[in-house]
Design a protein around this ligand. Structure first.
Ligand SMILES: NC(=O)c1ccc[n+]([C@@H]2O[C@H](COP(=O)([O-])OP(=O)(O)OC[C@H]3O[C@@H](n4cnc5c(N)ncnc54)[C@H](O)[C@@H]3O)[C@@H](O)[C@H]2O)c1
Length: 271
């Protein structure tokens, strides 16, 4: 839970992919900071369960089953925020293709199923674009709004797998800068967070333990990240405390991309 309650008092926030992992943690963190929440997810029951958790903790929250790649769903999601709470201050575009089954196919490019490429772009990149497209009119009407996209360290560097995923996140980084540039003078800020490996239940269940160990040793922090550690940065960017921060992709990666994972493996003081 958040350490400083009230940073989002009076604000209405929409969180996509809010049914689990980082999205769920962000919903709960923002609710603790005083925001009223719309929890959107393809998993409607999961979204409602998280909205219920926020309400049980004393917050106000509704859920909307939403496929972020579907424009009619996004329009419905924004309409639900306006109908229920009368305004929208924050949009957190967080949903992405994270299923282990699908990501398993995101490997050798010469064998890549182009439908998987299209699905990845549809959810990870078209989704945030649709969210911004539909959240902008009510935000611009009030001359204020904060958009926070979820990117990834995979949007900055290459790796042995996940070329489609990484390309989609690189697109998120560029889109973030464009939205910030186009709408900053009209009161809209747009930033992104780029998490390193966050040990969500999904990651713990599906990642090979050997791979988790490689990740852990290359994060400079003692452990991998937690969903709440990302959520707190999202809540900060969403809040007025970040009023002079826009167009940024903030790495929330335990220092993963700040070093060469070579000599550091050998010459590093351990506990
Ligand atoms: N966990 C990590 O290590 C990590 C690292 C870097 C970036 N990220 C990013 O963080 C974000 C959240 O990931 P997570 O690890 O919490 O994953 P997660 O699997 O716990 O949550 C993703 C949520 O998105 C939802 N979703 C999937 N497709 C959707 C669609 N079409 N419409 C609406 N909702 C949809 C899922 O139902 C799920 O609830 C993603 O953007 C992911 O790319 C995660």
């Amino acid at each position: 839970m958040a350490e400083r309650a009230g940073r989002l008092e009076g604000k209405v926030a929409v969180v996509t992919g809010g049914a689990s992992g980082i999205g769920r943690a962000t919903v709960l963190c923002m609710a603790a900071e005083g925001a009223r929440l719309v929890v959107a997810d393809l998993n409607g029951a999961g979204a409602e369960a998280v909205a219920g958790e926020a309400r049980a903790a004393g917050g106000e929250a509704i859920s909307v089953r939403t496929d972020v790649g579907e424009e009619a769903d996004i329009a419905r999601m924004i309409a639900a925020a306006l109908d229920t709470f009368g305004q929208i201050d924050v949009l957190h575009n967080n949903a992405a293709v994270t299923s282990a089954e699908l990501l398993a196919g995101d490997a050798a490019i010469e064998d890549l199923d182009t439908e998987l490429w299209d699905l990845t772009m549809r959810v990870n990149l078209r989704g945030p674009m649709l969210g911004v497209k539909h959240a902008l009119p009510p935000m611009l009407a009030r001359g204020r709004g904060s958009i926070v996209n979820t990117s990834s360290t995979a949007g900055f560097v290459g790796d042995g797998v996940y070329g489609a995923y990484g390309a989609s996140k690189g697109g998120v980084n560029a889109f973030t800068a464009y939205v910030a540039t186009m709408y900053g003078k009209r009161g809209i800020r747009c930033n992104a967070v780029a998490p390193g490996l966050v040990a969500t239940p999904n990651a713990r269940e599906h990642f090979d333990p050997a791979l988790l160990e490689i990740y852990e040793s290359n994060h400079l922090t003692p452990t991998l990240g937690t969903p709440d550690e990302v959520a707190r940065v999202v809540a900060f960017l969403a809040s007025d405390e970040a009023s002079f921060v826009t167009g940024q992709v903030i790495k929330v990666d335990g220092g993963l991309l700040s070093h060469f994972p070579t000599w550091a493996q050998i010459h590093r003081p351990t506990a």
